[in-house]
Ligand binder design. Structure first.
Ligand SMILES: C[S@@+](CC[C@H](N)C(=O)[O-])C[C@H]1O[C@@H](n2cnc3c(N)ncnc32)[C@H](O)[C@@H]1O
Length: 222
């Protein structure tokens, strides 16, 4: 997904807003409320910087494998104090116990190894520090599964294309959207990830399904 995002960064906020029927902002706000003004915060996978821009923090670190994405997010954030660091979640370039809170907002889905990423996040959190993950989810059964399937295959490719200038819509629909869909389908339902967090020793794991079980916000404490 990293290559795709690199190509579509200027349109990311708009197509994600369209695809989530405007829920994007609400979900990000729910997550952002967990950070306090004095916190040392890590956002893994800032993308175009839309979530980071809504955060309160004492110190902010944004980590991403793509230097182009980091540069884009840095320009969007307008904060010379924030740190933009190249790297991957599965091998975080930070000392143990540094952060009060770590956010993965629509980036957890892209981790090559979910367990390795979560172990690393736990390592870099302070005692009592928190993790917050927001991502999309596939309803595992019932009518909602059919509705979400219909949406992502039949509606979303066309709806999200409206975020792009006319000459870029075809490449989005034929090349980039299918790649996005592949990561979504491989990710599956949310419940397995709450179990994973608990198995890795996080406490007070809380999973809240959102918008017809098509997304979730999950938190846990080290
Ligand atoms: C969809 S964007 C998320 C954008 C943003 N957080 C938001 O609120 O919409 C996913 C981000 O995760 C990054 N990413 C992908 N794989 C990663 C990994 N293994 N470790 C860290 N970041 C990763 C991508 O480069 C991209 O910036």
């Amino acid at each position: 997904m990293v290559g795709v995002l690199d190509d579509v960064l200027p349109y990311y906020e708009k197509f994600n807003t369209l695809n989530t029927f405007g829920q994007l902002r609400r979900w990000r706000d729910m997550a952002a409320r967990l950070a306090a003004r004095e916190d040392t915060v890590l956002e893994i996978g800032p993308g175009s910087g839309g979530f980071a821009a809504t955060l309160s923090y004492g110190e902010l670190y944004c980590l991403d494998p793509s230097l182009r994405i980091l540069e884009y997010a840095r320009q969007e954030l307008h904060d010379d104090g924030a740190q933009f660091v190249g790297g991957i979640a599965e091998n975080l370039p930070f000392d143990d116990g540094l952060f009060d809170i770590v956010f993965c907002i629509f980036s957890f889905r892209d981790f090559m190894s979910k367990a390795a990423g979560l172990r690393e996040i736990k390592r870099v959190l302070k005692e009592e520090g928190r993790i917050c993950i927001v991502d999309v989810s596939f309803p595992e059964d019932g009518i909602l599964k059919s509705i979400v399937n219909f949406h992502i295959h039949r509606i979303a490719p066309h709806l999200s294309a409206l975020a792009f200038p006319r000459d870029k819509r075809r490449v989005w629909k034929d090349k980039h959207y299918p790649e996005f869909l592949r990561t979504l389908e491989a990710f599956g339902g949310a419940s397995q990830y709450a179990r994973m967090l608990t198995d890795l020793g996080f406490r007070e794991v809380d999973m809240r399904l959102l918008f017809g079980r098509s997304a979730f916000i999950m938190t846990g404490v080290k």
